[in-house]
Design a protein around this ligand. Structure first.
Ligand code: ACO
Length: 325
């Protein structure tokens, strides 16, 4: 038993912020941002919530798959920027979609969140707990960054991407690897609020994203190729047999570094970060949706998806793109 993706969808906030717009807020320039990150602009929420964007993306993924909301059996939202602690974003999405028969929950693995959610869904489907799943990566990180810190506020964009997947006899997802290293948690962190009770006075370290960019860079370039190689080995495939590597869109230098370490041309690593920035868990499913809608995903094509981020967390998945059973 395996699982195949049969529909994709995405949603982005209306407001678009260019690098030149940011240069009016902090001491930066379009040239610096493009040169160091490859990012040219990003969508930023002016009120759209994680749940609203996720629900829109889910609706589009269901329409693409030709399925109804009441057919969904599992709904996982990967996010690290929910506006609410409870209820979960997934339960809010379930309610607005009318996915009344789904089990819904959130999962936080930062920028690797979509990969971790897809892996979880695969495990549920493979074990027979459910027959299909709606998996979403959704973020409004603009609300968690310090807009006076030029080192981080230039990186992130808001948005959501979703896939609908269902069980199949063979093919679909071929292999999966996941890793975490909590010892390196400090290199990218965000304390969302002070935790206080009558006996403890909570002290908030920082309500904003704090990042050691160089550490993140070297972690990604070192660990991601290893994870991808591991997943390829499990799938009995060589990197040369994979048509497209759909990676978390952190920045183009990281992606080029990973391609180099794998001995591959960067043109097999599609990117959209120039237009949408780093959308954390939403990066991979939004890019997948763009590729799908542009007709670039052909039946039988081998793909690698790989996410990496805070935690630290990273994972890779090899799949056979097959919408036909
Ligand atoms: N505009 C202009 N100058 C800037 C900016 C900016 N936006 N940001 C930093 N600088 C300055 C710094 O102040 C510093 O100036 P100084 O030399 O006078 O002190 C100089 O540029 C160099 O700063 P560094 O932080 O050393 O710059 P670096 O070359 O490392 O680039 C970057 C920073 C782009 C963040 C890089 O470290 C990187 O790509 N890291 C990967 C991290 C990443 O992509 N994180 C995304 C989130 S995590 C994830 O998605 C997995």
């Amino acid at each position: 038993m395996s699982m195949r993706i049969i529909g994709t969808g995405s949603a982005l906030p209306e407001k678009y912020v260019t690098n030149n717009d940011l240069a009016e807020l902090v001491d930066t320039s379009d040239e610096w941002i493009r040169e160091r990150t490859g990012i040219g602009g990003r969508h930023v929420s002016t009120g759209e919530t994680v749940a609203e964007l996720a629900a829109l993306a889910c609706g589009r993924a269901l329409a693409d798959a030709g399925r109804r909301a009441d057919q969904v059996e599992l709904l996982i939202v990967a996010t690290c920027s929910p506006e609410t602690g409870i209820p979960s974003v997934a339960c809010q999405v379930q309610s607005s979609l009318g996915a009344v028969n789904a089990v819904a929950f959130d999962l936080n693995a930062a920028c690797a969140g979509f990969l971790f959610a897809l892996h979880t869904a695969w495990a549920y489907v493979q074990s027979g707990i459910c027959r299909n799943a709606l998996i979403v990566g959704a973020e409004v990180l603009s609300k968690l960054v310090d807009w006076t810190d030029r080192g981080t506020c230039i990186l992130f964009g808001d948005g959501a991407g979703a896939v609908f997947a269902e069980q199949c006899d063979r093919g679909g997802i071929l292999s999966f690897v996941q890793h975490s290293d909590g010892r390196k948690g400090e290199v990218l962190r965000c304390d969302s609020r002070a935790l206080t009770n009558p006996y403890v006075r909570g002290v908030m370290q920082s309500p904003w994203v704090k990042m050691d960019g160089r550490e993140v860079f070297s972690f990604a370039v070192r660990q991601v190729p290893t994870g991808i190689t591991e997943a390829l080995k499990q799938a009995h495939l060589k990197a040369e047999e994979v048509e497209l590597f759909v990676l978390h869109q952190a920045n183009f230098r990281i992606i080029e570094g990973i391609a180099r370490r794998l001995g591959l041309d960067a043109d097999r690593f599609p990117m959209n970060l120039d237009r949408v920035g780093n959308m954390s868990s939403a990066s991979i499913p939004v890019l997948l949706d763009e590729l799908n809608r542009a007709g670039r995903l052909k039946e039988g094509m081998k793909l690698v998806l790989s996410g990496f981020g805070a935690g630290l967390t990273w994972g890779a998945c090899v799949l056979n793109w097959q919408r036909e059973c």
